[in-house]
Design a protein around this ligand. Structure first.
Ligand code: CDP
Length: 327
């Protein structure tokens, strides 16, 4: 029995999940969620849940795979076995290999790979829960993870799909629209609207295709804003930490000053005591040895008087002690 809905868009222009045709599903993302990865992002988009992790740039092994003039990007899209209703067989499938390939190609024009010859940048996109549009969700998460890892890029990549249901173009397909719609066109693009991924399943006219690109640009623009906001939040937080550190510095320096002052006072009184102690000790020593205490100048003079020829050249250990030499 098919679960195909009779209508995807009601008379008020609302879709099955209450969205308008040009609205994307609610999205939230967080970066830096994995401590072992160089960059990471957890993204929820509708009921999709995706985790992306980036490792590198790091030296690529085996070396025969290295590119002499640039870094290699490896992208692995994977659906967790529990991510859909029917268990997914673990390991690569035709579908996941294809998605990994086109997603890697979506990043190759923006990542400045020429800066890291011989290196590899590994991108892992794990779909934890799937509900249509997982490849685009994974690309959005991967883009953030790359930025989080500090990988130099021309800009962020944002991705979204446009489809056709009830003869109308709709932005960001939900599961029934994806499964039973007339077309599914996932796209990824840069902030400038340069398309880095374009796939199409189904039929659209040339005019519809043109409109689909425009509609997708609008979706990607909204996603880009969220991506930028997420990155900005992270760096604003870092700045706040720095500011509060500065504030602590002010306190610390005041503390240091007052400590120094009190130390100076202590030192003055301690010095007095030391001097008294020294005088007493010197008196006792002089009295015992019968030697006259040399002034500091006298000691320095006698040190300078040492003839360099008297010092053996090669063996430092043979250098006589000052006392012996000057005695
Ligand atoms: O997820 P995306 O739209 O990028 O790829 P798709 O191949 O068009 O798959 C659409 C949806 O079908 C996925 O998001 C999953 O929810 C579902 N699916 C599934 O249930 N089992 C699979 N083996 C593959 C996909």
């Amino acid at each position: 029995m098919s679960d195909k809905p009779e209508k995807f868009i009601d008379e008020n222009g609302l879709r099955l999940d209450g969205r308008r045709v040009n609205e994307i599903r609610p999205m939230k993302m967080e970066i830096g969620v994995l401590s072992r990865a160089d960059g990471s992002c957890y993204l929820e988009w509708g009921k999709n849940k995706v985790l992306a992790a980036v490792y590198g740039p790091r030296e690529l092994h085996p070396r025969r795979l290295q590119k002499a003039d640039s870094a290699l990007i490896r992208y692995r899209y994977n659906m967790a076995a529990f991510s859909v209703e029917d268990r997914i067989r673990p390991g690569p499938s035709r579908r996941s290999i294809e998605i990994s390939k086109v997603s890697r190609e979506a990043f190759e024009p923006v990542v400045l790979t020429h800066l890291y010859p011989g290196a590899v940048i590994d991108v892992f996109a794990e779909v934890l829960q799937a509900d249509a549009g997982t490849r685009t969700a994974a690309i959005n998460a991967a883009s953030m993870a790359l930025a989080d890892a500090g990988i130099p890029m021309k800009g962020l990549v944002s991705a979204c799909a446009v489809g056709k249901v009830d003869g109308q173009l709709v932005l960001d397909l939900n599961k029934p629209e994806d499964n039973y719609g007339n077309a599914d066109i996932p796209m990824a693009m840069t902030a400038d609207g340069e398309i880095t991924l374009l796939q199409m399943d189904g039929d659209v006219t040339q005019e519809e295709f043109r409109q689909a690109v425009e509609l997708c640009k609008e979706g990607c623009r909204q996603i880009l804003e969220m991506q930028k906001e997420t990155l900005k939040n992270k760096f604003t937080k870092l700045e706040e930490v720095e500011i509060s550190d500065d504030e602590e510095d002010v306190d610390v320096s005041a503390l240091v000053e007052s400590t120094l002052e009190s130390l100076e006072e202590d030192e003055t009184s301690e010095n007095d005591e030391d001097i008294e102690e020294e005088i007493e000790t010197d008196d006792v020593e002089d009295a015992e040895s019968g030697d006259e205490a040399e002034s500091v100048e006298e000691q320095e003079d006698s040190f300078q008087d040492v003839d360099e020829d008297d010092i053996p050249e090669d063996n430092d250990e043979d250098v006589p002690e000052d006392d012996e030499e000057t005695a």
